[in-house]
Design a protein around this ligand. Structure first.
Ligand code: NAP
Length: 250
Protein backbone atom coordinates (compact mmCIF):
# COMPACT_ATOMS: atom_id res chain seq x y z
CA UNK A 1 0.00 0.00 0.00
CA UNK A 2 1.30 3.50 -0.83
CA UNK A 3 1.99 5.50 2.30
CA UNK A 4 0.27 8.86 2.66
CA UNK A 5 1.89 12.28 2.49
CA UNK A 6 3.53 13.68 5.63
CA UNK A 7 2.38 16.85 7.41
CA UNK A 8 4.25 18.58 10.23
CA UNK A 9 1.98 20.58 12.52
CA UNK A 10 3.90 22.89 14.85
CA UNK A 11 1.98 23.26 18.10
CA UNK A 12 -0.05 20.27 16.94
CA UNK A 13 -0.92 19.02 20.39
CA UNK A 14 -3.64 21.43 21.55
CA UNK A 15 -6.22 23.87 20.21
CA UNK A 16 -6.14 24.67 16.50
CA UNK A 17 -3.02 22.55 15.93
CA UNK A 18 -4.63 19.47 17.47
CA UNK A 19 -7.70 19.95 15.26
CA UNK A 20 -5.42 20.25 12.20
CA UNK A 21 -3.53 17.08 13.19
CA UNK A 22 -6.70 15.05 13.72
CA UNK A 23 -8.43 16.24 10.54
CA UNK A 24 -5.24 15.73 8.50
CA UNK A 25 -5.02 12.13 9.67
CA UNK A 26 -8.64 11.54 8.69
CA UNK A 27 -7.78 12.88 5.24
CA UNK A 28 -4.88 10.44 4.83
CA UNK A 29 -1.90 12.51 5.95
CA UNK A 30 0.71 10.96 8.22
CA UNK A 31 1.22 13.55 10.94
CA UNK A 32 4.19 14.85 12.91
CA UNK A 33 2.67 16.43 16.02
CA UNK A 34 5.06 19.02 17.46
CA UNK A 35 4.64 20.36 20.99
CA UNK A 36 6.67 22.51 23.37
CA UNK A 37 6.16 21.03 26.84
CA UNK A 38 2.82 19.24 27.29
CA UNK A 39 3.78 15.71 26.25
CA UNK A 40 0.53 14.22 27.53
CA UNK A 41 -1.53 16.40 25.17
CA UNK A 42 0.66 15.44 22.20
CA UNK A 43 0.48 11.75 23.12
CA UNK A 44 -3.33 12.01 23.30
CA UNK A 45 -3.49 13.41 19.75
CA UNK A 46 -1.14 10.70 18.49
CA UNK A 47 -3.20 7.99 20.25
CA UNK A 48 -6.41 9.26 18.66
CA UNK A 49 -4.80 9.22 15.22
CA UNK A 50 -3.42 5.70 15.69
CA UNK A 51 -6.79 4.50 17.04
CA UNK A 52 -8.35 5.79 13.82
CA UNK A 53 -5.92 3.74 11.73
CA UNK A 54 -3.53 6.62 10.98
CA UNK A 55 0.16 7.21 11.61
CA UNK A 56 1.53 9.98 13.83
CA UNK A 57 4.59 10.89 15.86
CA UNK A 58 4.86 13.35 18.75
CA UNK A 59 7.97 15.54 18.49
CA UNK A 60 9.04 17.87 21.29
CA UNK A 61 10.69 21.12 20.29
CA UNK A 62 10.41 24.85 20.98
CA UNK A 63 9.97 26.84 17.75
CA UNK A 64 11.50 29.76 19.62
CA UNK A 65 14.83 27.90 19.55
CA UNK A 66 16.72 27.41 16.27
CA UNK A 67 18.46 24.23 17.46
CA UNK A 68 15.12 22.73 18.49
CA UNK A 69 13.66 23.55 15.05
CA UNK A 70 16.54 21.71 13.37
CA UNK A 71 15.95 18.69 15.60
CA UNK A 72 12.18 18.70 14.95
CA UNK A 73 12.79 18.43 11.19
CA UNK A 74 15.53 15.82 11.70
CA UNK A 75 13.02 13.73 13.65
CA UNK A 76 10.56 14.03 10.75
CA UNK A 77 13.32 12.93 8.32
CA UNK A 78 14.28 9.96 10.50
CA UNK A 79 10.76 8.70 11.14
CA UNK A 80 8.90 9.49 7.92
CA UNK A 81 11.69 10.04 5.37
CA UNK A 82 9.74 12.75 3.57
CA UNK A 83 7.77 15.96 4.10
CA UNK A 84 4.83 17.16 2.01
CA UNK A 85 3.18 19.83 4.14
CA UNK A 86 3.80 22.24 7.01
CA UNK A 87 1.09 23.78 9.17
CA UNK A 88 3.07 26.63 10.73
CA UNK A 89 0.74 26.93 13.70
CA UNK A 90 2.66 27.23 16.99
CA UNK A 91 2.18 30.67 18.46
CA UNK A 92 1.71 32.55 21.71
CA UNK A 93 -0.08 35.59 23.11
CA UNK A 94 0.74 37.41 26.33
CA UNK A 95 -1.15 39.25 29.06
CA UNK A 96 -3.09 42.35 28.00
CA UNK A 97 -0.82 45.40 28.08
CA UNK A 98 -0.30 48.77 26.43
CA UNK A 99 2.88 49.15 24.41
CA UNK A 100 4.29 51.56 27.00
CA UNK A 101 4.02 48.75 29.56
CA UNK A 102 5.77 46.05 27.51
CA UNK A 103 9.24 44.78 28.44
CA UNK A 104 11.97 44.07 25.92
CA UNK A 105 11.91 40.44 27.03
CA UNK A 106 8.19 40.14 26.28
CA UNK A 107 8.47 41.66 22.79
CA UNK A 108 11.55 39.58 21.92
CA UNK A 109 9.85 36.35 23.05
CA UNK A 110 6.72 37.20 21.03
CA UNK A 111 8.75 37.83 17.87
CA UNK A 112 11.11 34.88 18.43
CA UNK A 113 8.30 32.33 18.68
CA UNK A 114 5.66 33.81 16.37
CA UNK A 115 7.85 35.33 13.64
CA UNK A 116 11.40 33.93 13.67
CA UNK A 117 10.13 30.46 14.55
CA UNK A 118 7.61 30.44 11.71
CA UNK A 119 10.18 31.71 9.18
CA UNK A 120 12.78 29.15 10.26
CA UNK A 121 10.24 26.31 10.10
CA UNK A 122 9.17 27.39 6.61
CA UNK A 123 12.83 27.50 5.56
CA UNK A 124 13.36 23.93 6.75
CA UNK A 125 10.22 22.86 4.87
CA UNK A 126 11.38 24.60 1.67
CA UNK A 127 14.74 22.81 1.92
CA UNK A 128 12.86 19.51 1.86
CA UNK A 129 9.94 20.23 -0.52
CA UNK A 130 11.25 22.68 -3.15
CA UNK A 131 12.25 21.25 -6.53
CA UNK A 132 15.27 23.57 -6.28
CA UNK A 133 16.49 21.27 -3.52
CA UNK A 134 15.43 18.04 -5.24
CA UNK A 135 12.09 17.87 -3.40
CA UNK A 136 8.73 16.77 -4.78
CA UNK A 137 6.82 19.95 -3.92
CA UNK A 138 4.41 20.59 -1.09
CA UNK A 139 2.34 23.17 0.71
CA UNK A 140 2.81 25.47 3.67
CA UNK A 141 -0.05 27.05 5.61
CA UNK A 142 0.92 29.78 8.06
CA UNK A 143 -1.42 30.62 10.91
CA UNK A 144 -1.87 34.38 11.11
CA UNK A 145 -4.65 36.15 13.03
CA UNK A 146 -7.30 38.80 12.45
CA UNK A 147 -5.22 40.72 15.00
CA UNK A 148 -2.93 41.51 12.05
CA UNK A 149 -5.76 43.64 10.61
CA UNK A 150 -7.34 44.92 13.83
CA UNK A 151 -4.09 45.74 15.64
CA UNK A 152 -5.42 44.63 19.07
CA UNK A 153 -4.97 48.01 20.83
CA UNK A 154 -4.64 47.91 24.64
CA UNK A 155 -4.50 44.13 24.45
CA UNK A 156 -1.41 42.89 22.62
CA UNK A 157 -0.27 44.96 19.68
CA UNK A 158 3.05 43.08 19.80
CA UNK A 159 1.11 39.91 18.98
CA UNK A 160 -0.84 41.72 16.24
CA UNK A 161 2.41 42.99 14.73
CA UNK A 162 3.89 39.48 14.83
CA UNK A 163 0.91 38.18 12.84
CA UNK A 164 1.12 41.05 10.34
CA UNK A 165 4.69 39.89 9.75
CA UNK A 166 3.31 36.42 9.02
CA UNK A 167 0.94 37.89 6.40
CA UNK A 168 3.79 39.63 4.58
CA UNK A 169 6.03 36.58 4.90
CA UNK A 170 3.28 34.43 3.36
CA UNK A 171 2.96 36.64 0.28
CA UNK A 172 6.71 36.96 -0.21
CA UNK A 173 7.53 33.28 0.29
CA UNK A 174 4.65 32.25 -1.98
CA UNK A 175 6.16 34.31 -4.81
CA UNK A 176 9.70 33.20 -4.01
CA UNK A 177 8.96 29.48 -4.40
CA UNK A 178 6.02 29.62 -6.84
CA UNK A 179 7.97 27.85 -9.61
CA UNK A 180 9.42 25.24 -7.22
CA UNK A 181 6.28 23.20 -6.54
CA UNK A 182 5.64 24.77 -3.14
CA UNK A 183 2.43 26.68 -2.41
CA UNK A 184 2.34 29.02 0.59
CA UNK A 185 -0.88 30.37 2.06
CA UNK A 186 -2.17 31.60 5.40
CA UNK A 187 -5.30 31.44 7.48
CA UNK A 188 -6.36 34.32 9.70
CA UNK A 189 -8.48 32.95 12.55
CA UNK A 190 -10.71 35.39 14.43
CA UNK A 191 -11.70 34.59 18.00
CA UNK A 192 -11.42 30.82 18.35
CA UNK A 193 -12.38 28.91 21.47
CA UNK A 194 -9.05 27.42 22.63
CA UNK A 195 -6.85 27.56 25.71
CA UNK A 196 -4.66 30.34 24.24
CA UNK A 197 -6.90 32.98 25.84
CA UNK A 198 -6.33 31.50 29.31
CA UNK A 199 -2.59 31.52 28.63
CA UNK A 200 -2.92 35.30 28.10
CA UNK A 201 -4.84 35.64 31.37
CA UNK A 202 -8.31 35.95 29.75
CA UNK A 203 -9.93 32.50 30.04
CA UNK A 204 -13.40 33.81 29.10
CA UNK A 205 -12.23 35.89 26.11
CA UNK A 206 -13.89 33.73 23.43
CA UNK A 207 -17.27 33.87 25.20
CA UNK A 208 -16.94 37.53 26.18
CA UNK A 209 -16.20 38.63 22.61
CA UNK A 210 -19.07 36.77 20.97
CA UNK A 211 -21.35 39.81 20.77
CA UNK A 212 -18.67 41.79 18.86
CA UNK A 213 -18.43 39.14 16.13
CA UNK A 214 -20.87 39.49 13.19
CA UNK A 215 -21.82 35.81 13.48
CA UNK A 216 -22.28 36.36 17.25
CA UNK A 217 -20.11 33.42 18.29
CA UNK A 218 -16.50 32.36 18.61
CA UNK A 219 -15.20 29.89 16.07
CA UNK A 220 -14.03 26.35 16.76
CA UNK A 221 -10.59 24.91 16.20
CA UNK A 222 -12.21 22.44 13.79
CA UNK A 223 -13.54 25.28 11.63
CA UNK A 224 -10.00 26.65 11.29
CA UNK A 225 -8.63 23.17 10.59
CA UNK A 226 -11.10 22.77 7.70
CA UNK A 227 -9.66 25.85 5.99
CA UNK A 228 -6.07 24.75 6.62
CA UNK A 229 -6.66 21.27 5.19
CA UNK A 230 -8.32 22.78 2.13
CA UNK A 231 -5.29 25.01 1.47
CA UNK A 232 -2.96 22.03 1.96
CA UNK A 233 -4.96 19.89 -0.46
CA UNK A 234 -4.70 19.46 -4.25
CA UNK A 235 -8.10 21.22 -4.44
CA UNK A 236 -6.15 24.43 -3.80
CA UNK A 237 -3.61 23.71 -6.56
CA UNK A 238 -3.81 27.22 -8.10
CA UNK A 239 -3.90 29.06 -4.77
CA UNK A 240 -0.69 30.55 -3.42
CA UNK A 241 -0.03 33.75 -1.51
CA UNK A 242 -3.66 33.80 -0.32
CA UNK A 243 -4.72 34.74 3.20
CA UNK A 244 -8.10 33.35 4.19
CA UNK A 245 -10.07 34.93 7.05
CA UNK A 246 -11.81 32.37 9.26
CA UNK A 247 -13.41 34.83 11.60
CA UNK A 248 -17.21 34.79 11.45
CA UNK A 249 -17.14 38.10 9.59
CA UNK A 250 -14.98 39.93 12.13
P1 NAP B 1 -3.17 27.02 22.16
O1 NAP B 1 -4.49 26.41 22.40
O2 NAP B 1 -2.51 27.83 23.22
O3 NAP B 1 -2.16 25.85 21.70
C1 NAP B 1 -0.85 26.20 21.41
C2 NAP B 1 -0.10 25.02 20.83
O4 NAP B 1 1.18 25.49 20.41
C3 NAP B 1 0.14 23.92 21.84
O5 NAP B 1 0.20 22.70 21.14
C4 NAP B 1 1.52 24.29 22.39
O6 NAP B 1 2.24 23.17 22.89
C5 NAP B 1 2.20 24.82 21.15
N1 NAP B 1 3.26 25.77 21.42
C6 NAP B 1 3.22 26.91 22.14
N2 NAP B 1 4.43 27.51 22.14
C7 NAP B 1 5.24 26.72 21.40
C8 NAP B 1 6.60 26.77 21.06
N3 NAP B 1 7.40 27.78 21.46
N4 NAP B 1 7.11 25.78 20.29
C9 NAP B 1 6.34 24.74 19.88
N5 NAP B 1 5.03 24.64 20.18
C10 NAP B 1 4.51 25.61 20.94
O7 NAP B 1 -3.20 27.97 20.86
P2 NAP B 1 -4.29 28.07 19.66
O8 NAP B 1 -5.38 28.97 20.09
O9 NAP B 1 -4.58 26.72 19.15
O10 NAP B 1 -3.42 28.89 18.59
C11 NAP B 1 -2.73 28.26 17.53
C12 NAP B 1 -2.32 29.33 16.54
O11 NAP B 1 -3.48 30.04 16.09
C13 NAP B 1 -1.37 30.39 17.11
O12 NAP B 1 -0.42 30.76 16.13
C14 NAP B 1 -2.29 31.55 17.41
O13 NAP B 1 -1.62 32.78 17.40
C15 NAP B 1 -3.28 31.42 16.27
N6 NAP B 1 -4.55 32.08 16.51
C16 NAP B 1 -5.36 31.68 17.52
C17 NAP B 1 -6.57 32.35 17.72
C18 NAP B 1 -7.53 31.98 18.82
O14 NAP B 1 -8.48 32.75 19.07
N7 NAP B 1 -7.36 30.85 19.48
C19 NAP B 1 -6.92 33.43 16.90
C20 NAP B 1 -6.06 33.81 15.89
C21 NAP B 1 -4.88 33.12 15.70
P3 NAP B 1 2.39 22.92 24.51
O15 NAP B 1 1.03 22.57 25.01
O16 NAP B 1 3.37 21.81 24.63
O17 NAP B 1 2.89 24.23 25.07
Amino acid sequence: MTKGPVLLVTGGSRGIGAAISLLAARKGWRVAVNYASNKAAADTVVSKIVAGGGEALAIRGDVGDAADIASIFEAVDRHFGRLDGLANNAGIVDAPARVDEMSVARIERMMRINVTGSILCAAEAVRRMSSRHGGNGGAIVNISSMAAIIGSPSQYIDYAASKAAIDTFTVGLAREVATEGVRVNAVRPGVIDTEIHASGGLPDRARDMASSIPMQRAGTAEEVADAVLYLLSPSASYITGAILNVSGGR
